[in-house]
Ligand binder design. Structure first.
Ligand code: G4P
Length: 296
């Protein structure tokens, strides 16, 4: 299933992000810990070459803890600053403020050598839809949200938000990019809920997810849907067994695939299936396909 989702308003938002990037020292990119590589917008790399960069691995509570840690190390090895968070909690606010200071230290130092003070650090917060940007802004900025007035050069409607006395954030709309180079990226984004469900074939998507789970997280399936799934190696019988166990049957006794697919997808997205990551760092994403098949 080839998935693309880049509605017109995103192209417009991308232009304003590109414009506003000139105003910031730091780019904070929110990623989904369940598939950090797939949720990285390749356009951002090309726009932000001279900026300090932080990769925030959000929804860490929903992902495989060890793999998230491995992703953090992987990003650090690539020269980014990185941290795992659960945007619904403020527990890591102090650590984040310290990380921002650390990431921006070379900029502050460069300015100092030129005789320029840097009383305020400006950061842009970027991320694809549903990655948790609003949650992040709300909990990390909290009640102290101080929306300063529009500044010259900032796209109308975008506003600076005070994180602390010396850091201001610029929130941006969630965007994807024009073409997902690999089919698996579109699938992962669809599974985590970053693509409008209405354009998706949910049955096919969940068939793919079940194939992945059968291969990499069979225990999670057994825990959630019962012992009768133990040892099952093919996705279709697993799909049908889940339908039977959950009473998702049509009149006449056939499985209702769409109803079952919806149930499995909701279980995955909400974390009821357990802490699951859809990709591994330093691996070719395509090698992780459940059947090992390659994109055409
Ligand atoms: P966006 O602005 O990037 O589009 O995302 P938003 O903050 O609206 O978050 C999308 C969904 O992800 C929300 O759930 C939010 O609660 C959830 N979320 C954000 N960060 C985390 C996290 O670190 N862990 C977990 N488990 N969930 C997170 P929702 O069901 O769409 O809305 P709600 O019912 O929670 O309000």
């Amino acid at each position: 299933m080839k998935i693309q989702w880049y509605p017109g308003h995103m192209a417009k938002a991308k232009r304003s992000i590109r414009n506003d990037l000139q105003l910031v020292d730091l780019v904070i990119e929110l990623l989904d810990s369940r598939c950090p590589e797939s949720t990285r917008n390749p356009d951002i790399d090309s726009f932000s070459r001279d900026k300090a960069r932080i990769m925030l691995l959000n929804k860490a509570d929903l992902a495989d803890r060890e793999t998230t840690r491995a992703f953090s190390d992987y990003f650090r090895a690539k020269g980014f600053y990185s941290m795992e968070i659960d945007a619904r909690s403020t527990a890591s606010l102090k650590r984040l403020s310290a990380l921002i200071d650390e990431a921006c230290a070379p900029i502050v130092e460069r300015n100092r050598r030129r005789g320029i003070q840097t009383p305020i650090l400006r950061a842009m917060v970027l991320g694809i839809p549903n990655v948790g940007k609003s949650t992040f802004i709300n909990s990390f900025v909290g009640k102290s949200v101080a929306r300063t007035g529009n500044k010259p050069g900032v796209t109308r409607g975008n506003q600076w938000i005070k994180l602390n006395p010396h850091v201001q954030l610029l929130d941006t709309p969630g965007i994807t990019w024009p073409k997902f180079e690999r089919e698996i990226v579109g699938m992962n984004l669809a599974i985590i809920g970053s693509i409008n469900d209405q354009i998706l074939n949910i049955d096919e998507l969940v068939f793919y997810l079940i194939k992945y789970l059968v291969r990499y997280y069979p225990e999670a399936l057994v825990r959630r849907y019962g012992e009768s799934l133990r040892g099952m190696e093919e996705a279709l019988p697993v799909f049908e067994e889940i339908a039977r166990r959950r009473g998702c049957m049509k009149k006449g006794g056939n499985p209702d695939y769409t109803k079952t697919a919806r149930l499995v997808l909701d279980d995955f997205r909400s974390g009821r299936l357990g802490s699951i990551t859809l990709e591994q760092p330093m691996h070719d994403l395509d090698a992780l396909k459940p059947t090992g098949e390659q994109d055409a």
